[in-house]
Design a protein around this ligand. Structure first.
Ligand code: ADP
Ligand code: NA
Length: 298
């Protein structure tokens, strides 16, 4: 089975700084680089690098960033034939990363803002539809509904947090959120520990068979479905750059599920992959291949 990623494609313009600027403050960068990014493209990269068939659906613009993004996705092994090339700018993300690994990001939507859902689900029954919220919410909702009708498994990484996303949840089989996003969607305080996250996620479940996966940074993840609870701790690693940790997690989760793995096993692969990605600079540039993930799990 394949992973079909419906999502954003951005060029990341990454500056490294000693510490993040506060409002109204200017700081000097230590370096600057143009790197492939966008939650959609990042998740497609993680999925393709895991070694499963991965198709990217989305759009780039007609500027100099477009070719770099298509080339990067192709190099990772993703099918880029369905990516639209639209007039105007490619999406860009202006990323600032501090020496202690924290980040701050401003996104310019560009071509991503013009993406509509395809006319029919472009995959097969049993495929995985993986979406995020950097494309127009109506298009994401239409794609999830099509995919679910066609008996694909739908995964929504509901990031960035958007109030309208609550309307999409009926068509979501697996919801992935971090603890801040969970708090936003539940209208609650950020859960203080994994037990509190489990309680909040269980309250937020909408139907039988649905999973809610909450990523907890260095604490790993918790996942709930019905009466089931799974918790996977994160390996202890030294953090260099957390950019793309959540995307690595989502892409590998989708890829492992597309192979028919059970949820618990897929979550273990995803956590191992995300822990590898935080030990290196960059988002897509820091993603591990399958052999490296398997070696880390031994
Ligand atoms: P986001 O980047 O979307 O906020 P998280 O920070 O929760 O997401 O990270 C996603 C996943 O990446 C975590 O659930 C965990 O598996 C892994 N991860 C993140 N930070 C670390 C860390 N410091 N050590 C090990 N794994 C980490
Ligand atoms: Na990284």
């Amino acid at each position: 089975m394949s992973v079909v990623v419906f999502g954003s494609i951005n060029a990341d313009l990454v500056t490294r700084v000693d510490r993040l600027p506060r409002a109204g403050e200017t700081v000097s960068a230590l370096s600057v680089a143009e790197l492939p990014g966008g939650k959609g493209a990042n998740q497609a990269t993680a999925s393709a690098m895991f070694g499963v068939a991965t198709r990217m659906i989305g759009a780039v613009g007609s500027d100099g960033h477009a070719g770099m993004m298509i080339a990067a996705l192709s190099a990772a092994g993703a099918d880029t034939s369905a990516i639209a090339r639209l007039p105007g700018p490619t999406g860009t993300a202006h990323v600032c990363v501090s020496s202690d690994g924290e980040n701050q990001i401003v996104v310019v939507a560009g071509a991503n803002a013009l993406v509509a859902a395809t006319e029919a689900w472009p995959g097969r029954a049993g495929d995985i539809c993986l979406a995020q919220l950097e494309l127009p919410v109506a298009a994401v909702g239409a794609m999830l509904a099509q995919a679910r009708r066609a008996q694909a498994l739908t995964i929504l990484n509901a990031a960035p947090a958007l109030a309208e996303a609550a309307l999409l949840l009926a068509d979501v089989d697996v919801l992935v959120v971090n603890e801040t996003e969970l708090a936003f969607y539940c209208g609650d305080a950020v859960p203080a520990d994994p037990e509190a996250a489990i309680v909040a996620a269980r309250d937020f479940l909408r139907r039988d068979g649905q999973w809610i996966v909450v990523t907890l940074g260095a604490a790993g993840i918790v996942a709930v479905s019905g009466d089931r609870t799974l918790a996977v701790p994160a390996p202890k690693v030294s953090v260099v750059d957390t950019t793309g940790a959540g995307d690595t997690f989502c892409g590998v989760l989708a890829a492992a599920l597309s192979e028919g793995q059970q949820m618990e096993s897929a979550l273990r692969f995803a956590c191992a992959a995300a822990a590898l990605s935080v030990q290196r600079i960059g988002a897509a540039a820091s993603m591990p291949g399958r052999a490296e993930i398997e070696a880390a799990m031994d």
